[in-house]
Design a protein around this ligand. Sequence first.
Ligand code: AHM
Ligand code: MG
Length: 340
Amino acid sequence: MRLEETFMHFLLEHQMRHRRTLNFLILMESIVTAAKYIQHVYDTGGLQSNMGEAGTINVQGENVMKMDLLAHQIVMHYLAESKQIIEATSEEITEEVPLNDDGRYFIYFDPLDGSSNIKHSLPVGFLFGIAKRNLDGPEDYHLRSGREFIAAGSFLIPSGVFTFGLKDAGTWRFLLDENQVYIRPTRVQFPSKRSGWELSWNAGNRNFYSDTVQNWVLKNENDYKFRYVGSLAVDFHRLLQSGGMFMYPAIVNHPKPGANRPEGKLRLIYECAVVAFLAHEAGGTAINEAGENILDIQPYKRHQRSTLFVGNKEAVEDIRKALKAEKPKETSKVKAVESA
Ligand code: AHM
Ligand code: MG
């Protein structure tokens, strides 16, 4: 019989080594329990007729799926029970959710990332980032940047793989065993070998990007394999192991101007900053289209969007140089077509 190290043991050792409290352990126990519950609900979602739309539109103007709401309720239940959270931010709720005035942590989460995959029973993820409140004085409740996270993670659903980043202590993967226990801490680093690198992006948008991004794609796409699932949590999960870059650039050249997304599509705090934190701890990096490190962007609103380029440092640096060098031109293919 082979007995393996559990996630909780791994975390306990870490907390003891750094003379930290057990509060963080209690919080992580609640998050892991929530993830396993979401996993169960997802596994049985087809049978329970829970894979369809909820019939509502969320703060982002997108269709809410029943599964989005169930996942949100599950996470909120276990967070409230843990009593460790002062205030929670969920993709599914417009305002902050105050939980416990004496809680030590802020949490930002997307309970089910990749909603368009739900109706196909394809993989989705649960993304979260955690920051600590000001313990030395009155709390100002400012929204935290990724640089202020103490941990972040991503659960892959339904395979149950858990990727967990701890500040200055690396990014780790855990597998779910037959007893529903997370085991086998394995450190993950972006692979430096370029031959397996992947470029993960919605190729259907290629003509809608800025001229700079379009030119970069034209020059570089053949150096990468193309992979795209359509869920950041899942695409990033794959990228961590294969290397390369995931990108969601600004959409600025759409034929229907209303469909443009100059700020990007993904949400800064609970999507971009979460994968940026995991990437940073795994030896990679993440920037927005202005070339700023995602971790350094101070959010000014809860559901703020951002452009994202995340992956191996060399790949991200390469496009950062292009973004810096080439000023976006006034002319675009669309404008040219319009005037033709
Ligand atoms: P969601 O949080 O509503 O699921 O939306 C975010 C998702 C990301 O996971 C994914 O990277 C992106 O939207 C996919 O968008 P697109 O369908 O435009 O490629
Ligand atoms: Mg999402």
